[in-house]
Ligand binder design. Structure first.
Ligand code: DQA
Length: 143
């Protein structure tokens, strides 16, 4: 079981709840992080969450915090589609990485169909709303 889990949220995800709710739902990022933390605590795991709108800050966080994690959940936001320094930072990690998208990126605009993160991720969940994060956590807790 993964005991130290890191959740990383990329650009614009701090606006969840207000941001295009018909696509991304009504849950705020704080509510999602709280639900994840409660589930992890109930399972005896330690979960930390981090959000940034800046690719370099996400890379720094991976160097500093995700390095020692047993599992990483990441929604890279739009960096999914072009964030090569984020991809390279994730590629260094030994732990499983689950890429999560709230929306089904494959039924949206063509630029969302490519993920530069997917080749370094263990798996991907897309289109299941905020519950995708919870399913990723369940997988890590079971891994
Ligand atoms: C997203 C999908 C991305 O294409 C978009 O840029 C986001 C959110 C999702 O969770 O569905 O910011 O990663």
């Amino acid at each position: 079981m993964a005991r130290a889990i890191v959740v990383i949220h990329g650009p614009n995800l701090n606006m969840l709840g207000r941001r295009e709710p018909e696509i991304y739902g009504a849950m705020t990022l704080g509510e999602i992080d709280a639900a994840l933390a409660a589930r992890a605590e109930a399972a005896g795991a330690n979960l930390r969450s981090f959000q940034s709108n800046h690719e370099g800050a996400l890379v720094d966080y991976i160097h500093d915090m995700a390095w020692d994690a047993d599992g990483v959940i990441i929604n890279p936001g739009a960096l999914t589609h072009y964030g090569l320094s984020l991809r390279d930072a994730l590629a260094m990690l030994k732990s499983p990485i689950i890429e999560v998208h709230i929306s089904n990126v494959y039924r949206r605009e063509a630029f969302r169909h490519t993920s530069v993160v997917a080749p370094v991720a263990t798996g991907q969940i897309a289109g299941l709303g905020w519950r995708g994060y919870m399913l990723a956590l369940e997988w890590l807790l079971d891994a």
